[in-house]
Every structure is written in structure tokens, then in C-alpha cells.
Ligand binder design. Structure first.
Ligand code: GDG
Length: 468
């Protein structure tokens, strides 16, 4: 194909390999968010196909030109599982798990970032816009600018950016800031993430910052302005509304209730099996409610979908063991022949099934200890076209900034969370509806189309500024 005017660079291609030459769209927050944007924009997408040692020529799928980046076994272990998922992920999520700093991981990270930057530089047309995604590729903006100063470069950070006191642990803290500052626009989920970033830049690099602008020295001795500010990501709200109105999906929701023995209340959680999501905390709260006799297993069931994630990283294996031990204990203590306390599913489901589950859920539990945004919260809200259901939302998820009429909780406060669950179970239909209407309006008015449009507008403004 000819070179593209709009290029997305992300760790993963938006497809999974299911056969020799067969691909199917892959799930996940990032893909869910960018799919609609890419299909309208006729662009190219640079990313890893998800399997080690897979060398593939560029190909087209669903109207998107895909440019696969090959990673060796060692690179997957060092750049992806190591530096990305065992260093940046825990560090940026406020060290909920201990980040490991290993120099071989960093070396691989630099090398792989260079490979992504080179591929993006090759596929981008003169004066193109390139949008780099997420923490696996923080060095790409600068590497790309060095190769292609004609490009307009955006970067979006899907996860939190931590407070300076934590960020400064990173042995390569200066290089990462310099890497990100190669972009014209650096987007974050929350205002707090953008200000943590600006503070790190002031402290580490001494560059002046003024409101969202950061003055970055240019190679020619002059300077340029990089914009760092919040662009809260969202979902394709209309798609969820449509799915939620489909007869087969509504029938499936009723069937799910039935198959759980028609409990009065279904509590629902769905997360990648990740230690940031607070799955253990929510189970602890629920287990104690059963123990205290404040809820009965005949009346309330917790459905927990924990989709498999990063299974080769130690911390994730330990987490899975702990959660499965907890589920086994709680069910062992409280199940009856006809009712289960926790229906635990370590599986991934099709989107239709997810929406049926959202419709079956009286209370949605989003109890993340730290989360960039949390799209599940927004998907639940968009699906509740009946204006029923209660969203319990951690204040440590980015979504809490917008979804202010959710029942907000501090997941570290187990007693507080127990009270909030009981309050949600007992909430009157009138109050559910009042809250849910406000939440739905918020998500509908700020959907993923609005998100990408506002980011792309900011990039266009940055380009106009530079050309002046
Ligand atoms: C990162 C940030 C930020 C999950 N299980 C299944 C399934 N999912 C879908 C959900 C949702 C997505 O995956 C998860 O998105 P989240 O936002 O909840 O969380 P992360 O994966 O951690 O995403 C996060 C996001 O990036 C976007 O910027 O919000 O803070 O951590 O869409 O529905 N989908 C299907 N089956 C499953 O079993 N079909």
C-alpha cells in the first residue's frame, strides 16, 4: 500500500492469530477503544502479532493496514513480560506489587522501541499523524521525531502516571521522560496523571511547564511546546446500548439469573485477572458479609469473571492461586446444593455474553486499587438502558472523576466496602434510576468517538502551532 496519513503504534496488533492465515479481532481495553476510530480513518496500525518469532509481511484486515513487528522469545520475556509488565506496570500502579528493575530488561525495551519507531517511520506518509499507545512504547515518540521531524506525534498513556516520589525510583526516569516528550501531545486519563508527569519533568529535567504546556529544547537550539493533559478514554456507548436492547441478549440475561437459582441480587465483577483490580478485596468483603449474616447465600450470588492475563509473570500466577484459594474457601463454607456464593469463571467471553451479564447484574463491583480508567464501569452503565442496577466504583479508578453519581468506595476500607455493598443491594429502584440516568448521560456524551476526536483535534492544533 502507499504510505499512511494516520498511523497507530501499539504493542499489540488489534487481531489474534487463529490459524495459518486467519485472524480475528482481539479483546482488551485498548483495542475496544481504538477499533471504531481506525475503521473510520483508513489508517495503518503497527504492532506485535502476539506470538514470539513470528515474522509476517504487512497485511490488511477489516479495512486496516497492519504492520506486524516480530519479537523473539527473549524479547517477549525481557521487553514485554519483564520491563513492561513487571517494572512499569507495578511502578505506575503505585507499587501495589513490587517493581523489579533489571538492566537486561531495559536494554531489550530500548531495542524493541527502536524497532517500532523504525517501522512507524517507514509506513508514515510525509507530514502524517502518528498516534503512539501506552507504556510499552514510551521511548517511541522521541525516536520517531529524530527520524521523522515532519510528523505530528501523539502519545496516549492508558495507565496511571504515579506521584513523583514513586516515579523517581525508576533507574531510567530521565530517558523515559525524554522519550515521551518527543510527542506533540501527551495524553493521560486523569488530570492528576498529567500533573504528576509535569512535576517529574520539572524535577528531573528542569524544563519549564505552564498550564498544560511544557517547553522542550529542540536540537536546533530553539524550543518547542509539548502539551500534556487529560483525555479520559471511553467506550462505544451506542454499540453497548444496541446490544443491550437485543432480544436474544435480554433473554440470555434472564437465563443467567435462572441458572444461578434466581437469587434476589447478583453482584458482578469482570476484570483481567490482575492485582490492580482489587478482586481479593471484593471477595474478602463479600465473604465477611456472608460470615456476619448480613447477606445469605440464597439471596445473593457474586459472579466473578476473571479473564486470563499475563500468565507467565510470577506475580500473576501467585494472584491466581490466592484468588482460587479464596473462592474455594468461601464456597466451601457457604454454598448449599442449590446456591453458590461465588460463581468464578477464569475464562474470556464474547462481548454479547458480557452484555447479558451486565444486564443480569444488580450490582456491578469495580473495586480497583489503581486503574487508569476502567472501561468495564462505563460498559455497565451504557448497557443499563433500563436505568436499573448500581455501580460500585473505586475512587482509585480514573472513571471515578467522571462517574460521580456511582456509589464510590475506597477498596482498602473493607468495612466501608461492606456497608456500600449492603447499601447497593437495598437501594430503591427510584434511587437506582436517578443515579443510572446521570451516569448514562455522562458516558453517552463522552464516548470513545468524542475521546479520539478531542485527541486528534489537539494534535491538529499542535501542528498548526508548529507550522506558525
Ligand atoms: C487498560 C487500563 C484503561 C475483559 N474480560 C473480557 C472482556 N474484557 C474487556 C472489558 C473491557 C476491557 O476488556 C478491559 O478494559 P479495562 O479498562 O477495564 O482494563 P484494562 O484491560 O486493564 O485496560 C485501564 C484501559 O486500558 C483503556 O485505556 O481503562 O485502566 O488498565 O472492555 O469488557 N471482553 C470480552 N470477554 C472477556 O472475558 N469480550
Amino acid at each position: 500500500m502507499s504510505r499512511a496519513d494516520f498511523v497507530v503504534v501499539a504493542n499489540r496488533l488489534p487481531v489474534d492469530r487463529v490459524g495459518e492465515n486467519e485472524w480475528r479481532p482481539s479483546p482488551g481495553g485498548l483495542v475496544a477503544a481504538l477499533e471504531p476510530v481506525m475503521q473510520r480513518a483508513d489508517g495503518a496500525w503497527v504492532g506485535w502479532p502476539g506470538q514470539a518469532d513470528l515474522e509476517l509481511e504487512p497485511f490488511d484486515a477489516d479495512g486496516i493496514h497492519l504492520v506486524p513487528i516480530a519479537l523473539s522469545e527473549d524479547e517477549v520475556a525481557n521487553y514485554y513480560e519483564g520491563m513492561s509488565n513487571d517494572t512499569f506496570w507495578p511502578l505506575y500502579h503505585d507499587v501495589i506489587a513490587e517493581p523489579r528493575y533489571r538492566r537486561v530488561w531495559w536494554d531489550a525495551y530500548v531495542k524493541v522501541n527502536e524497532r517500532f519507531a523504525a517501522a512507524a517511520a517507514d509506513v508514515a506518509a510525509e507530514g502524517a499523524t502518528v498516534w503512539v499507545q501506552d507504556y510499552q512504547l514510551q521511548l517511541v515518540p522521541r525516536m520517531l521525531r529524530e527520524r521523522r521531524p515532519d510528523l505530528t506525534i501523539g502519545y496516549f498513556h492508558h495507565i496511571p502516571f504515579p506521584a513523583y516520589g514513586l516515579y523517581s525510583q525508576l533507574p531510567w526516569r530521565k530517558q523515559v521522560l525524554e522519550g515521551l516528550l518527543g510527542a506533540d501531545v501527551i495524553g493521560f486519563q486523569r488530570v492528576a496523571d498529567a500533573s504528576n508527569f509535569a512535576r517529574a519533568v520539572r524535577r528531573q529535567l528542569r524544563y519549564p511547564t505552564k498550564s498544560s504546556g511544557i517547553t522542550v529544547p529542540a536540537p536546533d537550539g530553539g524550543s518547542r511546546t509539548a502539551i500534556a493533559r487529560a483525555f479520559p478514554i471511553s467506550i462505544d456507548a451506542e454499540m453497548y446500548e444496541e446490544l443491550a436492547q437485543r432480544d436474544d441478549i435480554r433473554a440470555r440475561a434472564a437465563e443467567i439469573r435462572e441458572s444461578l437459582g434466581n437469587p434476589k441480587t447478583i453482584l458482578f465483577g469482570v476484570d483481567r485477572l490482575d492485582y490492580t483490580k482489587g478482586i481479593r478485596h471484593r471477595m474478602k468483603a463479600f465473604g465477611e458479609l456472608l460470615e456476619d449474616g448480613r447477606v445469605a447465600v440464597e439471596d445473593v450470588t457474586l459472579v466473578q469473571v476473571a479473564s486470563p492475563s499475563r500468565e507467565r509473570v510470577d506475580a500473576y500466577q501467585h494472584l491466581r492461586d490466592e484468588i482460587e484459594l479464596t473462592v474455594g474457601r468461601i464456597n466451601g463454607d457457604y454454598d448449599t446444593m442449590g446456591h453458590t456464593a461465588i460463581r468464578y469463571l477464569h475464562q474470556a467471553f464474547p462481548r454479547e455474553e458480557m452484555v447479558a451479564l451486565y444486564l443480569a447484574a444488580d450490582v456491578m463491583l469495580v473495586t480497583a486499587l489503581r486503574d487508569g480508567m476502567n472501561l468495564v464501569a462505563k460498559e455497565y452503565v451504557a448497557s443499563r438502558v433500563d436505568n436499573r442496577g448500581v455501580l460500585l466504583l473505586s475512587e482509585f479508578a480514573g472513571a471515578a472523576d467522571e462517574l460521580t453519581t456511582a456509589v464510590q468506595i475506597n477498596p482498602h476500607d473493607i468495612d466501608g466496602m461492606k456497608d456500600a455493598i449492603v447499601r447497593a443491594i437495598e437501594m430503591s429502584p427510584a434511587e437506582q434510576s436517578r443515579r443510572m440516568r446521570a451516569l448514562r448521560r455522562k458516558v453517552r456524551d463522552n464516548d470513545v468517538q468524542a475521546w479520539s476526536a478531542s485527541f486528534i483535534d489537539a494534535l491538529a492544533a499542535a501542528r498548526a502551532e508548529t507550522q506558525q
